[in-house]
Design a protein around this ligand. Structure first.
Ligand code: PHE
Length: 373
Protein backbone atom coordinates (compact mmCIF):
# COMPACT_ATOMS: atom_id res chain seq x y z
CA UNK A 1 0.00 0.00 0.00
CA UNK A 2 2.75 2.39 1.01
CA UNK A 3 4.59 1.52 -2.16
CA UNK A 4 1.43 2.11 -4.17
CA UNK A 5 0.93 5.55 -2.59
CA UNK A 6 4.52 6.42 -3.33
CA UNK A 7 4.13 5.44 -6.96
CA UNK A 8 0.89 7.40 -7.11
CA UNK A 9 2.54 10.46 -5.56
CA UNK A 10 5.48 10.28 -7.94
CA UNK A 11 3.08 9.80 -10.84
CA UNK A 12 1.00 12.81 -9.87
CA UNK A 13 4.15 14.83 -9.38
CA UNK A 14 5.24 13.97 -12.91
CA UNK A 15 1.87 14.85 -14.37
CA UNK A 16 1.79 18.15 -12.52
CA UNK A 17 5.39 18.78 -13.54
CA UNK A 18 4.46 18.17 -17.14
CA UNK A 19 1.43 20.40 -16.73
CA UNK A 20 3.64 23.26 -15.66
CA UNK A 21 5.98 22.68 -18.55
CA UNK A 22 3.19 23.17 -21.08
CA UNK A 23 4.01 26.88 -20.92
CA UNK A 24 7.34 26.03 -22.45
CA UNK A 25 8.16 25.78 -26.09
CA UNK A 26 10.79 23.21 -27.00
CA UNK A 27 13.67 23.86 -29.36
CA UNK A 28 16.04 21.01 -30.20
CA UNK A 29 19.82 21.17 -30.47
CA UNK A 30 22.05 18.40 -31.79
CA UNK A 31 25.72 18.81 -31.14
CA UNK A 32 29.05 17.01 -30.79
CA UNK A 33 29.38 17.38 -27.02
CA UNK A 34 31.77 14.42 -26.92
CA UNK A 35 34.04 12.65 -29.41
CA UNK A 36 36.53 13.87 -31.98
CA UNK A 37 35.30 17.43 -32.31
CA UNK A 38 33.82 18.05 -28.86
CA UNK A 39 34.89 21.71 -28.74
CA UNK A 40 32.66 22.40 -31.79
CA UNK A 41 29.53 21.12 -30.06
CA UNK A 42 30.33 22.58 -26.67
CA UNK A 43 30.96 26.02 -28.12
CA UNK A 44 27.80 25.97 -30.20
CA UNK A 45 25.73 24.85 -27.19
CA UNK A 46 27.14 27.65 -25.06
CA UNK A 47 26.28 30.27 -27.66
CA UNK A 48 22.74 28.93 -28.07
CA UNK A 49 22.16 28.74 -24.32
CA UNK A 50 23.29 32.30 -23.82
CA UNK A 51 20.90 33.48 -26.53
CA UNK A 52 17.87 31.75 -25.00
CA UNK A 53 18.79 32.82 -21.50
CA UNK A 54 18.58 36.41 -22.75
CA UNK A 55 15.40 35.71 -24.72
CA UNK A 56 13.72 34.05 -21.73
CA UNK A 57 14.75 36.95 -19.47
CA UNK A 58 12.91 39.23 -21.90
CA UNK A 59 9.73 37.16 -21.73
CA UNK A 60 10.50 34.25 -24.05
CA UNK A 61 8.89 33.56 -27.42
CA UNK A 62 5.23 34.46 -28.07
CA UNK A 63 4.64 34.42 -24.33
CA UNK A 64 6.27 31.05 -23.72
CA UNK A 65 9.59 30.24 -22.12
CA UNK A 66 12.00 28.39 -24.37
CA UNK A 67 13.22 25.02 -23.18
CA UNK A 68 16.27 23.69 -25.00
CA UNK A 69 16.56 19.96 -25.49
CA UNK A 70 20.19 19.19 -26.26
CA UNK A 71 21.25 15.85 -27.75
CA UNK A 72 24.87 14.72 -27.98
CA UNK A 73 25.76 13.04 -31.27
CA UNK A 74 29.27 12.03 -30.15
CA UNK A 75 30.76 13.63 -33.30
CA UNK A 76 29.25 10.84 -35.45
CA UNK A 77 26.91 11.27 -38.45
CA UNK A 78 24.83 8.14 -37.60
CA UNK A 79 24.27 9.46 -34.09
CA UNK A 80 23.37 12.87 -35.49
CA UNK A 81 20.53 11.30 -37.43
CA UNK A 82 19.30 9.41 -34.34
CA UNK A 83 19.52 12.57 -32.25
CA UNK A 84 17.37 14.53 -34.69
CA UNK A 85 14.77 11.75 -34.89
CA UNK A 86 14.54 11.76 -31.07
CA UNK A 87 14.15 15.53 -30.94
CA UNK A 88 11.35 15.45 -33.49
CA UNK A 89 9.45 12.29 -32.51
CA UNK A 90 10.02 12.08 -28.76
CA UNK A 91 10.35 15.73 -27.77
CA UNK A 92 8.22 17.27 -30.51
CA UNK A 93 10.49 20.30 -30.82
CA UNK A 94 9.24 23.16 -32.99
CA UNK A 95 12.63 23.75 -34.63
CA UNK A 96 16.15 22.33 -34.61
CA UNK A 97 19.54 24.04 -34.27
CA UNK A 98 22.68 22.23 -35.40
CA UNK A 99 25.05 20.79 -36.41
CA UNK A 100 28.46 22.38 -36.76
CA UNK A 101 30.10 19.74 -38.99
CA UNK A 102 28.66 19.47 -42.50
CA UNK A 103 28.73 15.66 -42.57
CA UNK A 104 26.56 15.59 -39.46
CA UNK A 105 24.19 18.28 -40.71
CA UNK A 106 23.85 16.22 -43.89
CA UNK A 107 22.78 13.26 -41.74
CA UNK A 108 20.34 15.23 -39.58
CA UNK A 109 18.77 17.58 -42.14
CA UNK A 110 16.78 14.96 -44.12
CA UNK A 111 14.92 14.07 -40.91
CA UNK A 112 13.94 17.70 -40.37
CA UNK A 113 12.92 18.08 -43.99
CA UNK A 114 10.80 14.90 -43.89
CA UNK A 115 8.94 16.09 -40.79
CA UNK A 116 8.61 19.74 -41.87
CA UNK A 117 10.59 20.93 -38.85
CA UNK A 118 12.79 23.93 -39.68
CA UNK A 119 16.50 23.45 -39.08
CA UNK A 120 19.10 26.19 -38.85
CA UNK A 121 22.73 25.17 -38.93
CA UNK A 122 25.01 27.75 -37.36
CA UNK A 123 28.24 26.67 -38.98
CA UNK A 124 27.98 23.95 -41.64
CA UNK A 125 29.48 25.46 -44.76
CA UNK A 126 29.18 22.68 -47.36
CA UNK A 127 26.67 23.74 -50.08
CA UNK A 128 24.87 20.36 -50.05
CA UNK A 129 23.47 20.97 -46.56
CA UNK A 130 20.79 23.50 -47.51
CA UNK A 131 20.18 21.72 -50.82
CA UNK A 132 18.50 18.96 -48.76
CA UNK A 133 15.31 20.98 -48.86
CA UNK A 134 13.31 24.12 -48.15
CA UNK A 135 13.22 23.59 -44.37
CA UNK A 136 17.03 23.75 -44.06
CA UNK A 137 18.79 27.08 -43.44
CA UNK A 138 22.18 28.35 -42.39
CA UNK A 139 23.49 31.62 -40.95
CA UNK A 140 27.06 31.26 -42.27
CA UNK A 141 28.78 31.60 -45.65
CA UNK A 142 29.38 28.55 -47.84
CA UNK A 143 32.60 26.82 -48.93
CA UNK A 144 32.75 27.94 -52.58
CA UNK A 145 33.31 31.40 -51.07
CA UNK A 146 35.60 30.21 -48.29
CA UNK A 147 37.74 28.22 -50.75
CA UNK A 148 38.01 31.24 -53.04
CA UNK A 149 39.00 33.46 -50.11
CA UNK A 150 41.89 31.19 -49.15
CA UNK A 151 43.01 30.57 -52.75
CA UNK A 152 43.16 34.31 -53.44
CA UNK A 153 44.87 34.88 -50.14
CA UNK A 154 47.50 32.25 -50.98
CA UNK A 155 48.07 33.52 -54.52
CA UNK A 156 47.66 37.28 -54.16
CA UNK A 157 48.49 38.12 -50.55
CA UNK A 158 51.17 35.52 -49.84
CA UNK A 159 52.37 35.33 -53.45
CA UNK A 160 52.36 31.52 -53.47
CA UNK A 161 52.39 29.59 -56.77
CA UNK A 162 52.88 25.93 -55.75
CA UNK A 163 50.57 24.56 -53.08
CA UNK A 164 49.86 21.00 -51.91
CA UNK A 165 46.42 20.00 -50.61
CA UNK A 166 45.91 17.49 -47.79
CA UNK A 167 42.27 16.41 -47.46
CA UNK A 168 40.20 14.43 -44.95
CA UNK A 169 38.44 12.12 -47.43
CA UNK A 170 35.61 11.03 -45.12
CA UNK A 171 34.60 14.58 -44.33
CA UNK A 172 32.20 16.32 -46.76
CA UNK A 173 33.39 19.73 -45.62
CA UNK A 174 37.04 18.89 -46.20
CA UNK A 175 36.53 17.35 -49.64
CA UNK A 176 34.34 20.27 -50.76
CA UNK A 177 36.63 22.98 -49.47
CA UNK A 178 39.69 21.31 -51.03
CA UNK A 179 37.94 21.34 -54.43
CA UNK A 180 36.83 24.96 -54.22
CA UNK A 181 40.29 26.06 -53.13
CA UNK A 182 41.96 24.17 -55.98
CA UNK A 183 39.55 25.50 -58.57
CA UNK A 184 40.26 29.15 -57.78
CA UNK A 185 43.98 28.63 -57.22
CA UNK A 186 44.31 27.02 -60.66
CA UNK A 187 42.19 29.72 -62.31
CA UNK A 188 44.51 32.34 -60.86
CA UNK A 189 47.45 30.56 -62.48
CA UNK A 190 48.79 28.65 -59.47
CA UNK A 191 49.80 24.99 -59.46
CA UNK A 192 48.47 22.28 -57.18
CA UNK A 193 51.38 19.96 -56.66
CA UNK A 194 50.59 17.02 -54.49
CA UNK A 195 47.12 15.99 -53.41
CA UNK A 196 47.19 13.63 -50.45
CA UNK A 197 44.48 12.42 -48.12
CA UNK A 198 43.85 11.13 -44.60
CA UNK A 199 40.80 10.07 -42.58
CA UNK A 200 39.39 11.59 -39.42
CA UNK A 201 40.82 9.79 -36.41
CA UNK A 202 44.21 9.10 -38.04
CA UNK A 203 47.24 9.93 -35.92
CA UNK A 204 50.02 9.04 -38.33
CA UNK A 205 50.52 11.31 -41.35
CA UNK A 206 54.24 10.97 -42.06
CA UNK A 207 53.91 8.85 -45.20
CA UNK A 208 51.69 11.38 -46.99
CA UNK A 209 53.69 14.33 -45.67
CA UNK A 210 56.92 12.78 -46.93
CA UNK A 211 55.39 12.51 -50.41
CA UNK A 212 54.16 16.08 -50.22
CA UNK A 213 57.53 17.38 -49.06
CA UNK A 214 59.37 15.62 -51.89
CA UNK A 215 57.27 17.60 -54.40
CA UNK A 216 58.53 20.86 -52.86
CA UNK A 217 55.36 22.89 -52.44
CA UNK A 218 55.64 26.36 -50.93
CA UNK A 219 52.66 25.77 -48.64
CA UNK A 220 50.14 23.08 -47.70
CA UNK A 221 46.39 23.72 -47.63
CA UNK A 222 44.78 21.49 -44.97
CA UNK A 223 40.97 21.86 -44.92
CA UNK A 224 40.50 19.68 -41.85
CA UNK A 225 39.35 19.79 -38.23
CA UNK A 226 41.54 20.82 -35.32
CA UNK A 227 42.41 17.40 -33.87
CA UNK A 228 44.18 16.14 -36.98
CA UNK A 229 45.41 19.58 -38.07
CA UNK A 230 47.45 19.99 -34.88
CA UNK A 231 49.11 16.59 -35.35
CA UNK A 232 49.66 17.08 -39.08
CA UNK A 233 51.40 20.40 -38.38
CA UNK A 234 53.73 18.81 -35.83
CA UNK A 235 54.64 15.91 -38.09
CA UNK A 236 55.17 18.22 -41.08
CA UNK A 237 57.66 20.29 -39.03
CA UNK A 238 59.39 17.14 -37.76
CA UNK A 239 59.93 16.16 -41.38
CA UNK A 240 61.45 19.56 -42.05
CA UNK A 241 58.63 21.27 -43.95
CA UNK A 242 58.92 24.97 -43.15
CA UNK A 243 56.38 26.70 -45.39
CA UNK A 244 53.08 28.07 -44.14
CA UNK A 245 50.16 25.74 -43.49
CA UNK A 246 46.78 27.10 -44.53
CA UNK A 247 43.31 26.06 -43.48
CA UNK A 248 39.64 26.93 -43.12
CA UNK A 249 37.16 27.39 -40.29
CA UNK A 250 37.68 23.79 -39.14
CA UNK A 251 40.88 25.01 -37.48
CA UNK A 252 38.89 27.16 -35.12
CA UNK A 253 39.37 25.68 -31.69
CA UNK A 254 41.69 26.51 -28.82
CA UNK A 255 42.97 22.97 -29.41
CA UNK A 256 44.68 23.87 -32.70
CA UNK A 257 47.31 25.87 -30.86
CA UNK A 258 47.25 23.55 -27.85
CA UNK A 259 48.03 20.50 -29.99
CA UNK A 260 50.00 22.23 -32.75
CA UNK A 261 52.15 24.44 -30.52
CA UNK A 262 55.04 26.04 -32.36
CA UNK A 263 54.26 23.95 -35.46
CA UNK A 264 51.28 26.17 -36.28
CA UNK A 265 53.11 29.47 -35.73
CA UNK A 266 52.82 31.76 -38.75
CA UNK A 267 49.95 29.73 -40.23
CA UNK A 268 46.71 31.21 -41.58
CA UNK A 269 43.08 30.08 -41.68
CA UNK A 270 39.78 31.58 -42.78
CA UNK A 271 36.97 32.02 -40.30
CA UNK A 272 33.60 33.62 -39.51
CA UNK A 273 34.72 35.99 -36.80
CA UNK A 274 37.80 37.44 -35.13
CA UNK A 275 37.77 37.90 -31.36
CA UNK A 276 40.01 40.97 -31.70
CA UNK A 277 37.49 42.72 -33.98
CA UNK A 278 36.94 46.09 -32.24
CA UNK A 279 33.26 46.39 -33.38
CA UNK A 280 31.02 46.98 -30.37
CA UNK A 281 28.56 44.14 -31.22
CA UNK A 282 31.52 41.77 -31.11
CA UNK A 283 33.13 43.13 -27.95
CA UNK A 284 29.78 43.34 -26.10
CA UNK A 285 29.06 39.73 -26.96
CA UNK A 286 32.52 38.63 -25.83
CA UNK A 287 31.93 40.41 -22.52
CA UNK A 288 28.61 38.64 -21.79
CA UNK A 289 30.00 35.30 -22.94
CA UNK A 290 33.04 35.69 -20.68
CA UNK A 291 30.82 36.63 -17.75
CA UNK A 292 28.82 33.44 -18.14
CA UNK A 293 31.49 30.97 -19.15
CA UNK A 294 34.83 32.52 -18.18
CA UNK A 295 36.29 32.16 -21.66
CA UNK A 296 36.51 33.96 -25.00
CA UNK A 297 33.99 32.55 -27.51
CA UNK A 298 35.21 30.92 -30.72
CA UNK A 299 33.36 31.13 -34.05
CA UNK A 300 30.97 28.28 -33.27
CA UNK A 301 29.83 29.95 -30.08
CA UNK A 302 29.20 33.16 -31.99
CA UNK A 303 27.38 31.37 -34.81
CA UNK A 304 25.36 29.28 -32.32
CA UNK A 305 24.25 32.53 -30.71
CA UNK A 306 23.39 34.10 -34.06
CA UNK A 307 21.52 31.01 -35.27
CA UNK A 308 19.42 30.98 -32.10
CA UNK A 309 18.71 34.71 -32.42
CA UNK A 310 17.77 34.43 -36.11
CA UNK A 311 15.41 31.55 -35.32
CA UNK A 312 13.82 33.48 -32.43
CA UNK A 313 13.41 36.51 -34.68
CA UNK A 314 11.66 34.34 -37.29
CA UNK A 315 9.31 32.85 -34.68
CA UNK A 316 8.40 36.37 -33.53
CA UNK A 317 7.63 37.45 -37.08
CA UNK A 318 5.74 34.22 -37.78
CA UNK A 319 3.64 34.69 -34.60
CA UNK A 320 3.34 30.93 -34.66
CA UNK A 321 5.15 27.76 -33.66
CA UNK A 322 3.99 25.94 -36.78
CA UNK A 323 6.83 24.54 -38.84
CA UNK A 324 5.54 25.92 -42.14
CA UNK A 325 5.09 29.41 -40.71
CA UNK A 326 8.53 29.48 -39.08
CA UNK A 327 10.05 28.24 -42.33
CA UNK A 328 8.38 31.04 -44.24
CA UNK A 329 9.63 33.68 -41.79
CA UNK A 330 13.17 32.25 -41.80
CA UNK A 331 13.23 32.47 -45.59
CA UNK A 332 12.38 36.16 -45.33
CA UNK A 333 15.20 37.03 -42.90
CA UNK A 334 16.77 40.27 -44.12
CA UNK A 335 19.61 42.31 -42.67
CA UNK A 336 19.56 40.68 -39.24
CA UNK A 337 22.45 42.25 -37.30
CA UNK A 338 24.29 39.28 -35.86
CA UNK A 339 27.56 39.17 -33.95
CA UNK A 340 29.13 37.35 -36.91
CA UNK A 341 27.83 39.94 -39.37
CA UNK A 342 24.62 40.83 -41.12
CA UNK A 343 22.43 37.84 -42.00
CA UNK A 344 20.25 37.92 -45.10
CA UNK A 345 18.88 34.56 -46.18
CA UNK A 346 19.14 34.16 -49.97
CA UNK A 347 16.93 32.04 -52.25
CA UNK A 348 19.09 28.98 -51.49
CA UNK A 349 18.64 29.51 -47.74
CA UNK A 350 22.29 30.49 -47.26
CA UNK A 351 23.77 33.67 -45.80
CA UNK A 352 26.16 35.84 -47.79
CA UNK A 353 28.68 37.13 -45.28
CA UNK A 354 32.24 38.36 -45.02
CA UNK A 355 35.07 36.04 -44.03
CA UNK A 356 38.17 36.86 -42.03
CA UNK A 357 41.66 35.46 -42.41
CA UNK A 358 43.36 34.83 -39.08
CA UNK A 359 47.05 34.38 -38.35
CA UNK A 360 48.54 32.33 -35.54
CA UNK A 361 51.23 34.41 -33.90
CA UNK A 362 52.95 33.84 -30.54
CA UNK A 363 50.40 31.18 -29.70
CA UNK A 364 47.49 33.55 -30.31
CA UNK A 365 45.01 33.79 -33.13
CA UNK A 366 44.95 37.27 -34.62
CA UNK A 367 42.87 39.12 -37.18
CA UNK A 368 44.81 39.52 -40.44
CA UNK A 369 42.37 40.41 -43.20
CA UNK A 370 38.68 40.74 -43.94
CA UNK A 371 37.13 39.63 -47.24
CA UNK A 372 33.67 40.81 -48.30
CA UNK A 373 31.52 38.46 -50.39
N1 PHE B 1 32.35 24.70 -41.52
C1 PHE B 1 32.64 23.44 -40.90
C2 PHE B 1 31.85 22.35 -41.59
O1 PHE B 1 30.99 22.61 -42.35
C3 PHE B 1 32.34 23.44 -39.45
C4 PHE B 1 32.96 24.52 -38.64
C5 PHE B 1 32.41 25.80 -38.60
C6 PHE B 1 34.09 24.29 -37.93
C7 PHE B 1 32.98 26.82 -37.86
C8 PHE B 1 34.67 25.31 -37.19
C9 PHE B 1 34.13 26.59 -37.19
O2 PHE B 1 32.05 21.19 -41.40
Amino acid sequence: MRKFLLVLAVGMGLVMGCGKKSDDVKIGVYASLTGNTATFGESMRKGIELAFEEINAQGGLLGKKVRLIVEDDQSKPEEAKTAVVKLIKRDRVVAVLGEVASSRSLAGAPECQRSSVPMVTPASTNPKVTEIGDYIFRVCFIDPFQGEVMAKFAYQTLGLRRVAVFTDVKNDYSVGLANYFEKTFLELGGKIIGEESYSEGDIEFRAQLTTIKSQKPEAIFIPGYYTEVGLIARQARELGFQGPLLGGDGWDSPKTVEIGGSAVEGCFFSNHYASDDPASVVQDFIRSFKEKYGEVPDAMAVLGYDAARVLADAIHRASSFQGAKIREALAQTKGYEGVSGRVTIDQNRNARKAAVVLKIENGRVKFFKRVEP
